[in-house]
Design a protein. Structure first.
Length: 277
């Protein structure tokens, strides 16, 4: 296996990540729009009980991915939403969210995806967002990002958006995932943009990389929710941070933008700094 640094992911490793996404898709597709059993994991998020569904699609896809990694790259670590962490010895770790957007999945909607990331020294260096029903794949590595569909590959590029008044803002569900103070901050930002649209989970970040969304604001993310998205957004020319502009690779609050100018304005609005000027 070729040595990996943050700017030189070898083609062998990228091809291996594609195989993981293929395996996840094969495990998931038979369950989509099938009335399967749904288990509620019921965590408590900031004092509020949130429905957190999991299905055989989630578990089967993660099991399939883990089996391949253990067989072919046994030194790599694994962190997955469904089955936790297994430490490795190579300094590399795969971070897995087999069905990001299970609520969309169980309601028969396509706004979900399989997230597969590779981390080196806790920093995501490779990310795949795969939508196996639409057969769309978004890949970020080596400072670039591309989109694959119907046998075609094209580069991803965010669009210019110099001001909040021109921005399309998305979030999965601010009432469900934001704490009361965060909801107030989000509402302040939402009043300043051109349009808001809710729902979408990881697929929102694909839309941003494609150049159709300008801002995404989320909270209560886990590492597996964001790791794969960082190389995709950054490779497409966007910026993804926490609400304060810092590293978001561990999860928590997420602010993604296609244009650095509107990212800076959104940070000011979320913090309330614009009110002090």
């Amino acid at each position: 296996m070729t040595a990996i640094d943050g700017n030189d992911i070898d083609e062998e490793t990228i091809a291996f990540a594609h195989r993981l996404a293929d395996a996840a898709g094969e495990a998931i597709r038979p369950w989509f729009r099938v009335r399967i059993a749904v288990t509620d994991k019921r965590p408590v998020v900031r004092g509020t009980t949130v429905f957190d569904p999991v299905t055989e699609a989630d578990k089967g896809a993660e099991s399939a991915i883990r089996a391949i990694i253990k067989r072919e790259r046994p030194g790599d670590g694994i962190l997955g939403e469904e089955f936790g962490e297994e430490e490795g010895t190579s300094g590399l770790r795969w971070v897995l969210d087999p069905v990001d957007g299970t609520r969309a999945f169980i309601t028969g909607r396509h706004e979900w995806g399989s997230l597969i990331a590779l981390e080196k020294d806790a920093r995501p260096v490779l990310g795949i967002l795969d939508q196996p029903i639409l057969r769309e794949r978004f890949v970020g590595a080596n400072g670039r990002a591309f989109f694959e569909a119907e046998g075609m590959r094209s580069p991803l590029r965010t669009r210019d958006c110099p001001a909040l008044a021109q921005a399309n803002l998305c979030a999965t569900h601010p009432d469900a995932y934001f704490a009361p103070g965060e909801r107030a901050q989000f509402a302040r930002l939402a009043r300043a943009v051109r349009m808001t649209r809710f729902g979408g989970d990881c697929y929102l970040f694909a839309a941003l990389a494609l150049g159709f969304v300008d801002l995404i604001v989320e909270s209560t993310f886990n590492r597996w929710d964001v790791a794969a998205l960082i190389p995709i957004v950054e490779g497409a020319g966007g910026l993804i941070t926490n609400w304060q502009g810092g590293d978001c690779s561990a999860g928590g609050q997420i602010l993604a933008a296609g244009d650095t100018r509107v990212h800076a304005q959104a940070m000011e609005m979320l913090s309330g700094e614009h009110m002090q000027k």
